[in-house]
Design a protein around this ligand. Structure first.
Ligand code: CA
Length: 230
């Protein structure tokens, strides 16, 4: 159901997934007063329909919903490449639940009952962060590289890289169509504050391939390496 729509240009559009009707309406009303447009979905099926037809800047997600669990829903969304910020709003207040939510791909976690002004402040902070991140994400097929947080995602899943692996992928992805010689790549590691053996570039390349896919880095015989697509 559409809660409110603010027809102003540039307004952010939010999807509120919440089955407590009174709370959902109060949240939408508060968002509207702050200039954000929002739709209210009281179950996951409605949310899915809304997401299929509308582009949202941010999601508010309750976890206990009549037709499923918000955590599973969020995992599915992230696996499918859904990028906008997601704020979990829930009564589940244990630290393990909070960690589970963040691991599933939430950007923030707010425990009920929450203050509407705090909710709004968190929404604005997340929207600002998402806006700043737009220019710092490098995409190569299934691989997303976020240079602001030094995070690498394969098909939406966060992948842990060592400092050396990060240094390599950061350098290659900075100029995607360019071929980097081994010695150039070695030199770039000095810039990252550590030395490496001349033959260890190959080892780092193969470790990155093991984590991000064989085609993540292309070998150009006799010349060096360039960024590929997973
Ligand atoms: Ca609920």
């Amino acid at each position: 159901m559409t809660c409110e729509f603010v027809g102003m240009r540039g307004a952010m559009r939010l999807l509120v997934i919440e089955d407590e009707e009174g709370l959902g309406r109060a949240v939408c009303e508060h968002l509207r007063s702050a200039g954000h447009a929002s739709d209210l979905a009281s179950d996951l099926e409605t949310a899915e329909t809304a997401l299929a037809t509308t582009s949202y800047d941010l999601l508010l997600l309750d976890l206990g919903l009549p037709d499923g669990d918000g955590i599973d829903f969020l995992r599915r969304l992230r696996r499918g490449g859904f990028a906008p910020p997601v704020l979990i709003t829930t009564a589940r207040d244990r630290i393990t639940q909070r960690i589970e939510g963040l691991k599933a791909g939430a950007d923030d976690y707010l425990v009920k009952p929450f203050d509407l002004d705090e909710l709004l402040a968190r929404i604005d902070a997340n929207l600002n962060r998402a806006h700043m991140m737009v220019t710092t994400i490098r995409e190569f097929g299934d691989i997303s590289i976020d240079t602001s947080t030094k995070a690498v995602f394969l098909a939406g899943e966060a992948t842990d890289l060592t400092r050396r692996e990060w240094g390599l992928i950061e350098r290659l992805s900075s100029r995607p169509s360019r071929i980097f010689s081994k010695s150039e790549l070695e030199d770039s590691f000095y810039g990252h504050g550590f030395e490496i053996e001349s033959n260890s570039i190959e080892a780092i390349v193969s470790r990155v391939r093991a984590k991000l896919g064989k085609t993540a880095i292309v070998t150009v015989r006799g010349l060096g390496y360039r960024m590929g697509k997973a």
